[in-house]
Design a protein around this ligand. Structure first.
Ligand code: ADP
Length: 403
């Protein structure tokens, strides 16, 4: 500008002299406008990114909270607000989460500049365990501090189901070992007796061998049931699709078990439609369902003189298999737990009748794999009713029956 004015005074015409500052101002305005436009573009881009970050946060199913260095809440996603209903932006985190390990963790993360992890457990309303990852917000790549000053992000991971699975696995191994140890100890005891004091006692040998056979059979049943359970679990997500006639398999299993029912002083009454009731299924697994339910009715239905097995079509596309006995029944507080592995109302009675404690767990898994439902009802003193509901195949859709 200074040079231009100097040039004008050196004889250039006045118009030029007058127009130069105008051009400079215009140019400057243009540059200013461009800068302004750049700033606006940057702001729009930042706004867009913020919206993306917000959408991202809202869609993260785990709770995420951002707090400043005084542990005041700056941001929180929907999952965080569900977990901590008292959480409010602008309020201290401690109002909503009174957990010293987490609050101390925020301080430690700020001081150390590194992400740390702490655990905390909730008892109310339900027992839950969380891992909280507390990370200081890193400075931007250009070295600038994050907007709003130093901040910390808390990410909550729900460990409840992982812990529950872990406990279940430990309990399961303990249960299996316990179930196998008892018959094994008894077998070893008899072997030693036969090798020692009863070596020449033919009558004792006969009796002991009988007991040993029963114990070995008990172990075999347990292992067979365990293998069956794990096979079903392996294929839990694949729904079996072969068309199976429920009426046919129920009739077949009832015929197989009729002698046992008779020996227990019971008869089995069977009621079913005259035409096939076809479900998409696995024949062997559905046979196991009928077998376990009717066997249980024989084992625990004593006192009653009959067992009722009923098959019916329930409305559109549902079949129903029911097994009812007239024995002692089951107290209400046991019912929700009967399908747990190794859960028995009376362990001694179950073992004495050859039970493994896995029958109903197997039934539950098979029914779930067939996308069905299992319901257990009982009035103590009047017996128990087990109902299995399964989806059916309409006659025109189905392939030939698998037998
Ligand atoms: P178990 O091998 O012990 O029979 P199940 O899983 O088949 O194992 O059954 C679990 C428990 O449920 C049994 O030990 C018994 O206490 C109870 N139960 C099952 N069926 C009946 C029934 N029909 N009546 C009464 N109790 C039953």
């Amino acid at each position: 500008m200074v040079t231009l004015v100097a040039a004008a005074t050196e004889g250039l015409n006045l118009w030029l002299v007058a127009s130069v500052p105008v051009a400079v101002i215009a140019a400057a305005a243009l540059v200013g406008e461009r800068a302004q436009a750049r700033r606006v573009r940057t702001l729009v881009a930042a706004g867009r990114r913020l919206a993306i970050v917000e959408a991202l946060l809202a869609n993260i199913p785990d709770p995420v909270i951002m707090v400043d260095r005084r542990a005041i809440v700056r941001e929180a996603n929907a999952a965080a607000r569900t977990l901590l209903p008292a959480l409010k932006i602008g309020h201290p985190l401690s109002f909503a989460l009174r957990v010293p390990t987490v609050l101390d963790g925020i301080e430690a993360a700020l001081k150390g500049g590194e992400r740390i992890s702490v655990e905390y457990a909730e008892r109310v309303p339900t027992e839950r365990v969380f891992e909280v990852l507390i990370g200081p917000l890193a400075p931007r790549e250009d070295g600038e501090r994050p907007p709003g000053g130093e901040a910390v992000v808390l990410f909550f991971r729900d460990l409840t189901s992982a812990r529950r699975l872990e406990t279940m696995r430990v309990d399961f191994v303990a249960n299996v070992s316990h179930e196998l140890r008892t018959p094994l100890a008894s077998l070893l005891g008899f072997v030693e007796t036969l090798q020692g004091p009863a070596r020449d006692d033919a009558a004792a040998r006969e009796r002991f061998l009988g007991i040993m056979r029963d114990q070995a059979l008990r172990m075999k049943r347990l292992i067979d049931d365990l293998l069956q359970l794990s096979r079903i679990e392996l294929r839990a997500h694949v729904q079996p699709q072969s068309p199976v006639d429920l009426v046919l398999i129920a009739r077949e299993m009832i015929e197989t078990l009729a002698a046992r029912a008779q020996a227990a002083g019971m008869r089995v009454d069977f009621e079913a439609p005259s035409e096939p009731v076809v479900v998409p299924g696995d024949r062997d697994e559905l046979l196991r369902v009928v077998e376990n339910l009717v066997e249980n009715a024989i084992k625990y239905g004593e006192g009653g003189d009959r067992i009722e097995v009923r098959i019916a079509c329930e409305g559109e596309g549902r079949a129903r298999l029911q097994v009812r006995d007239f024995g002692a029944g089951i107290a209400a507080d046991h019912i929700p737990r009967l399908t747990e592995r190794f859960y028995r109302v009376d362990a001694g009675k179950s073992r004495a009748k050859g039970g493994t404690g896995l029958g109903l767990a197997i039934v539950k898994h098979i029914v779930a794999r067939h996308r069905g439902r299992l319901a257990i009802e009982s009035t103590p003193g009047e017996g128990a009713l087990f109902t299995v509901e399964l989806p059916t195949i309409a006659p025109r859709e189905r392939e030939p029956l698998s037998r």
